[in-house]
Design a protein around this ligand. Structure first.
Ligand SMILES: *Cc1c(COP(=O)(O)O)cnc(C)c1O
Ligand code: SF4
Length: 332
């Protein structure tokens, strides 16, 4: 019998030693792993682990989850809450920054912990609304007819149980001005087993338009198990989009980006955003400069069809949308 997704989620808590042994990596790395692990715990699903090349400390999937001593390096400007989100939520669990859309922080948990994540220091405990809190969030949305899209984010919203998702969905469906449900989740990629028959039943008959924005940074993240999950989502009527973060040593080359976008398309997914790293404490070693990013972008537009070119974006606290970065700084 296949293990359930909940079982696989439990198995994603590895110790640094288990990770090194599983991947045949030198045990000399153990000390720095342990130190960084205390800042933000190691977490990796069995599926994602199986796509990492054994014995390769530079594997592009491994580098996304491997705690490193470099996380102690904190140049100025790298802070705990780079997006200043903690001052932008009118209610616990709700962010209302942009017109017509609200973002709900439905769960603090993720199936993997990405070392570059801008929420690695986010205060989830205070921000988790709990059951009564959800009623307040729904009332807030109901009282603002300009809100037509609700984004489930996190953490990862698909760590919620099907019954919690169903409850939330039922509440949103009752609000007539809500038209679109968007889910931001890395789970279809890192824990594709989550997209099972029960999940399908929750979303099958909703009146809402559905968008799933997955998060993939490298073509090696996409295997047949991911293909099946994405196929199931498409059959449920989800529009599939991908966002990535541009990460040094992982996907900061033209070839890697071209391969990623082509493979995503073969899996039925169109690109959405390519984000410049948010300057979160502990992630400075992943930074790719804006100028390097623009160079990569100006190369990929020459190779890929327009519909496979992501928008290079950066989030700037206090602005009314994400900032789209042009290919060249000066227009001719
Ligand atoms: C990114 C984001 C959104 C969605 O923005 P889009 O440009 O529509 O993808 C909404 N709310 C918050 C708080 C966000 O960070
Ligand atoms: S929120 Fe997304 S990027 Fe951050 S740790 Fe979770 S899965 Fe990774």
């Amino acid at each position: 019998m296949q293990p359930s997704w909940k079982m696989l989620l439990k198995q994603s808590q590895l110790t640094p030693l288990q990770l090194l042994q599983n991947l045949n990596l030198p045990l000399t790395l153990l000390d720095e792993l342990k130190i960084a692990n205390r800042l933000f715990p190691l977490r990796i699903t069995p599926g994602f682990l199986s796509r990492i090349e054994k014995g390769n400390p530079k594997d592009p999937l491994l580098l996304q989850v491997l705690p490193l001593g470099a996380e102690k390096f904190n140049p100025p400007g790298f802070v705990e809450d780079p997006l200043d989100e903690q001052s932008q939520n009118p209610l616990p669990g709700l962010l209302h920054k942009y017109h017509g859309r609200v973002l709900l922080i439905t769960s603090g948990a993720c199936a993997i912990n990405c070392r570059y994540c801008f929420r690695r220091s986010f205060a989830y405990a205070e921000n988790n609304p709990g059951q009564q809190g959800w009623d307040l969030v729904l009332a807030y949305i109901e009282n603002d007819p300009s809100i037509c899209e609700v984004i489930l984010s996190g953490g990862d919203p698909l760590t919620l149980t099907d019954s919690s998702l169903k409850k939330l969905l039922t509440g949103l469906e009752k609000i007539t001005h809500v038209q679109t449900l968007r889910i931001h989740s890395r789970i279809p990629v890192v824990l594709p087993e989550r997209i099972d028959g029960h999940f399908g039943q929750v979303f099958q008959n909703t009146r809402l338009s559905k968008v799933m924005v997955i998060h993939t940074n490298h073509a090696n993240e996409l295997d047949e198990t991911v293909f099946s999950a994405l196929d199931a989502l498409k059959n449920l009527g989800f529009q599939l989009l991908n966002q990535s973060v541009l990460l040094k040593g992982i996907n900061d080359s033209t070839e890697t980006q071209v391969a990623l976008q082509r493979k995503l398309f073969a899996f039925g997914v169109l690109p959405y955003y390519l984000h410049l790293l948010d300057p979160v404490k502990g992630a400075a070693h992943f930074e790719v400069s804006k100028a390097e990013a623009q160079t990569i972008m100006s190369e990929i537009v020459k190779i890929l069809p327009g519909y496979l070119v992501p928008k290079l974006a950066r989030e700037i606290p206090g602005e009314s949308s994400k900032r789209i970065i042009p290919l060249q700084t000066e227009l001719q």
